[in-house]
Design a protein. Sequence first.
Length: 169
Amino acid sequence: MPEVLGLWRLIHRVGRIAEPARPAPAAGEVDPPERAVAAGLAGSVQIRHVDAGSCNGCEVEIGSAFGPVHDAERYGARLVASPRHADALVVTGPVTRNMAEPLRRTYEAVPGPKVVVAVGDCARNCGVFAGAYGVVGSVAEVVPVDVEIAGCPPRPEAIVAGLRTLTGR
Ligand code: SF4
């Protein structure tokens, strides 16, 4: 019981730590991808993440985007464990030889219509790994990409903003 009281006091002392919510994107301010509109994603998007060869920097920032401070879930974006439950893929890293086929298969496993978000410069254009022997190419060279989020790695705010173009919230 004293442990519970201590925990309660800690929660009370720390209070709410989430960043204040920024205003929702205004109509006309964002241009949701055609396939996001076709998929009827407005308000809620279930996301499967695929690391196609990242250095793990982008994963740290995605973890932060979904953590208690940036809290992407409050805008309707949610990570799920299976591509079969997903509306969208978030892909990080350049696509390595070993991950090209798994990425294609994961894309095929997502029920359509579906959306692909390339997160980070490596996903967009291979970034610092361009030309490396183990790299097949950018994400768009393997599966169709609808949204790109720039940065190496992108800040969590940029990841949240990119996902909000899908949820519209
Ligand atoms: S964009 Fe930067 S942080 Fe992300 S996987 Fe590439 S090198 Fe790592």
